[in-house]
Design a protein around this ligand. Structure first.
Ligand code: ZN
Length: 115
């Protein structure tokens, strides 16, 4: 028998069993997961699921961890170019941050009207 075929056999068996069981285990706790189509990623095309133990919480934790990792890998909204420093995603202010900064300013100087 061809040795390459023998070496591939356990891998193929693993693939078959994961297909039978359906979803991969929960990346947070390792428990079984089951499909939840309402949480399928519309844009990312990732499958929605719930964990047997952690339910939707583990799905959202895993999703948040993936988004954080992607942000760390690609922090640039506009990457730097020669003569341009670029804009990092974490440099942008949200409206909540703007409002908090405005309130802080008002707190320090009484003459600015509150919106
Ligand atoms: Zn879990």
């Amino acid at each position: 028998m061809n040795p390459a075929l023998v070496m591939n056999e356990p891998l193929q068996a693993e693939n078959r069993s994961s297909l039978i069981q359906g979803m991969p285990p929960c990346p947070i706790c390792g428990s079984k997961t089951y499909r939840d189509r309402t949480w399928d990623g519309k844009y990312t095309k990732t499958l929605g699921w719930r964990c047997e133990k952690g339910s939707l919480r583990h799905f959202l934790e895993a999703k948040a961890a993936r988004i954080k990792r992607q942000l760390a890998e690609n922090p640039w909204l506009l990457p730097p170019a020669p003569g341009y420093p670029g804009v990092r995603r974490d440099e942008l202010m949200t409206w909540e941050e703007c409002q908090a900064a405005y309130r802080q300013l008002h707190f320090e100087a009484d003459d600015i009207p509150v919106v």
